[in-house]
Design a protein around this ligand. Structure first.
Ligand SMILES: [Zn+2]
Length: 729
């Protein structure tokens, strides 16, 4: 009875245990089946890892690589872009049954388990390529059974969602290859200076061995360990009968491996582009960012620059710099007139130079010398004040303490405007500036986008006409582009986009005006260039900057020589330092691009119309003018009438300051005395050498001696008066 009872209890217990076990097994099986549906798709997380950004020049030459995700080098490629042999070596080394299993290789697990039991320690992980790929998406890297189970579930999820080739491609693009190098393409580039498509068997066997212990088998740091690991991979190849044992030995023994360091394309075996392209690359990236670019997209950024052209220009500038004593730096900008794309943005001759090699002189605010004069003349032409044949006065002048002379110290008297501009005479330009006034010059500079936004908007005085307000090479080159095209200012671009819709542009000058001014600028040949170019040089005060801008119909070139620290040199003269370089650049450009000669025909009737002018002044002839001649002016803009001839002259020319008068004023107020300035149309006022504006009604003069000057715009007549303000007793 008790025996029976016992056996009954025992049977019941066994049945219970069997049921429990069955339940557990069923639950485990169910768990195993549903597990893949309970984990997230690992690919989502993996694809958030940003690959290395590649920047290409306009011709597809890589100019810069930018690591973004934790400074890692990642160059994802397609499976077709990897040497097929490298792919089979990787499969042989990591997961020979890859195309047979569903993410988890049960045979391998049993084999590994058996090995582990036999050796009483864990020696084999049996991780498939899919599991490893899933593992890359796991944040927790500590090995544990739970992690392993999760990884297996994720691997099966991957196999459900993606094809084998997709999984393999992702894997090959993400394998850790030591340090910050990830993926087979990055490893091929980093260690061998090759593409993954170019790897030979020996190289592939070495690279495919690295992922197992990336930092231990990193070949440039541990060449012997890497070589040993290569041996294991080669033996596996022989084991899988992909090669013979003899071949494995031969590869191991005979083929030397060339390790190299990878930094930038300059050091890479691709057609090299220098580090100096970085300034353009940064601008291209800024443009991309402004467009809301998502950096996770792996496609390369196409820059507007022509890396070959820029490198050749760099060589030209270096060679010329070396002939200029006391000059260390130079910069160049070349714009494609039609598209506004920046072909060359060279801000430094040597990026690696320790002191200020990385400083971008093409975007530095410098004194622009005479290079602003064409805009000043254009503004005067646009306002009907002058045309090419209008006489301007080249004679000493003084506004307060400001007495600019000519570069050569000589004065030529009355000359045509075209002569004054092409020979860059200073005093006619300053007289024009006085006529226009400072506020109009600032307004013009703002319209041309050549005055940096952080610069003040007053207080430059007339020297602004000689570039003293400070301008950048890039902004000036683009302003010249407006002169070289249709008088409209359009933006520049650092990204190459042939399909870009170009903005209509902002009208600064009429077409007739730019034709008038560009005709003046083409009157002299440019040294070193056989074609026709419109060009202008500039030399800043005290010989600190030498400039030249040269335009053809197709391109606009800007060149600067100087020292980044602002030091002066006798060699820094626009005409001798910068102009020949600009000529050489245009010659080079002519060999690369289809350079349309600059307005070769200059159609008189285009946007210009004939005008009868006074032979003495070059202004529209009045009945009093004795001799007349025919000139041209922009269509639709009336040219000022000559007032220097006949009866009108004497009355018109009387130009006197009526108030203040030369006397002693008594200070009525605490801070001095307020005096009328007899305002009149078109008259600029200066107090103690400072420009006040065109129509100041009055001014407060502090006690002391003062000098007031007035300049009439129409004929540059000047009157001055000195007086004293005494304190009230
Ligand atoms: Zn006249």
């Amino acid at each position: 009875m008790s025996l029976r009872f016992h056996s009954l209890v025992k049977r019941k217990a066994v049945r219970l245990a069997a049921a429990a076990f069955l339940l557990f097994a069923l639950l485990a099986l169910a768990g195993w089946i549903v597990a893949p549906y309970c984990v997230n798709d690992p690919m989502v997380r993996l694809r958030q890892i940003t690959p290395t950004h590649t920047y290409l020049d306009r011709n597809g030459i890589p100019v810069f690589y930018e690591t973004t995700h934790d400074y890692e080098w990642r160059f994802p490629v397609e499976l077709d872009d990897i040497a097929p042999e490298a792919v089979s070596i990787m499969l042989s080394a990591e997961d020979y049954a890859f195309y047979e299993h569903g993410g988890v290789d049960y045979h391998a697990i049993l084999r590994a388990l058996w090995q582990d039991i036999k050796n009483a320690k864990i020696i084999s992980g049996a991780s498939t390529i899919t599991m490893q790929l899933a593992g890359f998406a796991l944040v927790d890297h500590r090995p544990s059974l739970v992690r392993k189970f999760k990884q297996a579930a994720m691997a099966r999820r991957l196999e459900q969602l993606y094809t084998k080739d997709e999984i393999l491609t992702e894997y090959l693009n993400r394998i850790p290859c030591g340090g910050k190098v990830y993926g087979i393409e990055a490893a091929a580039r980093f260690y061998f200076g090759l593409h993954a498509s170019q790897l030979n068997r020996a190289e592939a066997a070495l690279l495919c061995g690295i992922p197992q212990k990336p930092n231990r088998y990193k070949p440039n740091a541990h060449p012997e360990a890497a070589k040993k690991r290569q041996k294991i991979v080669l033996d596996l190849l022989a084991h899988h009968e992909l090669i013979t044992a003899d071949e494995a030995h031969a590869i191991y023994d005979s083929e030397p491996l060339r390790y190299r360091d990878f930094t930038q394309p300059a050091d890479f075996e691709f057609k090299a582009a220098p580090d100096e392209t970085i300034h353009a690359v940064r601008r291209a990236r800024a443009e991309k960012n402004a467009e809301g670019w998502s950096p996770s997209q792996g496609e390369p950024v196409l820059c507007s620059i022509d890396a070959d052209f820029q490198r050749d220009i760099q060589a030209i500038l270096k060679r010329r710099r070396d002939t200029l004593p006391g000059v260390r730096d130079a910069a160049a900008v070349v714009l494609d007139n039609a598209s506004g794309e920046v072909l060359v943005f060279l801000g430094t001759l040597d990026f690696s130079e320790e002191d200020d090699g990385q400083y971008n002189a093409a975007n530095a605010v410098r004194s622009a010398g005479s290079t602003l004069k064409p805009f000043l003349y254009a503004e005067a032409v646009e306002g009907g004040l002058i045309t090419a044949d209008t006489r301007v006065l080249d004679a000493p002048l003084r506004y307060g303490d400001y007495a600019p002379g000519n570069f050569d110290g000589a004065y030529r008297g009355t000359v045509k405007a075209s002569y004054a501009l092409s020979y860059s005479l200073n005093t006619p330009a300053i007289r024009l500036a006085a006529t226009l006034g400072e506020s109009r010059m600032i307004e013009l500079a703002d319209k041309l986008h050549i005055l940096a936004s952080d610069r003040p908007r007053s207080g430059f005085g007339l020297s602004m006409a000689l570039g003293s307000a400070g301008h950048t090479l890039l902004s000036l080159t683009n302003a010249y582009r407006a002169l070289a095209t249709d008088g409209k200012l359009r933006p520049v671009y650092f990204r190459h986009d042939p399909g870009r819709a170009l903005p209509p542009g902002e009208r600064i000058f009429s077409v007739g005006t730019v034709q008038t001014v560009m005709r003046m600028l083409t009157s002299l040949p440019l040294t070193g260039f056989e074609g026709t170019a419109a060009w202008k040089t500039g030399t800043s005060n005290n010989l600190r900057d030498a400039w030249c801008f040269a335009c053809t119909e197709t391109l606009t070139v800007g060149v600067w020589f100087g020292n980044k620290d602002g030091s002066a040199s006798e060699s820094l003269v626009g005409g001798t330092a910068a102009a020949p370089a600009a000529g050489e650049i245009l010659s080079l450009a002519a060999s690369k691009y289809d350079l349309t000669p600059f307005r070769s025909a200059w159609p008189e009737e285009d946007e210009l119309e004939p005008v009868t002018v006074c032979a003495k002044t070059g202004l529209s002839a009045s009945p009093g003018c004795e001799k007349t001649e025919t000139s041209v002016k922009p269509a639709g803009i009336p040219l000022a009438i000559c007032k220097s001839c006949g009866d009108a002259a004497s009355a018109e020319n009387l130009f006197r300051i009526l108030s203040p008068i030369p006397t002693v004023y008594i200070a009525e107020r605490e801070d001095g005395v307020e005096l009328d300035l007899s305002p009149d149309e078109g008259v600029s006022w200066f107090v103690d050498g400072l420009y006040l504006g065109e129509k100041p009604a009055s001014h407060i003069f502090v006690p002391g001696l003062h000098r007031v000057e007035a300049v009439r715009a129409s004929d540059s007549a000047v009157d001055a008066v000195e007086f004293t303000v005494a304190r009230k007793k």
